[in-house]
Design a protein. Structure first.
Length: 144
């Protein structure tokens, strides 16, 4: 199981190579890219930032929850930080499982939980050189 942040470009082939086992008949890869438009406005790029120590714990929790749901630790969750241009991969989730249904379910679960729980800040940049911070996940007050 792999869950981390990086400032380097995400290499999907590397993620897939790390997961490969002869027991798995399915591998699902999700890549999130920086879009050129959001809410009808042209976007030139985005900056992702986080309080890494806290966000890494949450990312690891999401990976553990996904692994428990899937019943395997053959998964990787990687999120970029820093300045990204339109088209760059901002997040990658790879899941390997003996069967496709479980792999698809786990991948969907992971991205939805990441969007819901990961405390990360996103600042969109626009052609007129303006920028705007977007609303993100609410940080839970008590995680137990």
């Amino acid at each position: 199981m792999r869950a981390h942040f990086t400032r380097d470009p995400i290499d999907p082939a590397e993620l897939l190579d790390d997961l490969a086992t002869s027991a798995d008949g399915a591998t699902v890869l999700f890549l999130g890219h920086v879009r050129d438009r959001n809410e009808g406005q042209e976007v030139t790029g985005i900056r992702y930032d986080a309080y890494v120590e806290m966000a890494e714990r949450t990312l690891a929790e999401i990976a553990a929850d996904t692994a428990a749901r899937l019943g395997t630790s053959h998964l990787a969750l990687v999120h970029r930080l820093g300045e990204l241009a339109v088209g760059e991969v901002s997040v990658a989730i790879a899941v390997a499982s003996p069967h496709r249904a479980e792999a698809f379910d786990a991948c969907r679960f992971a991205i939805e939980e990441l969007k819901r729980r990961l405390p990360i800040w996103k600042e969109e940049h626009y052609p007129d050189r303006s920028a705007r911070w977007l609303p993100g996940a609410a940080v839970a007050e008590d995680r137990g």
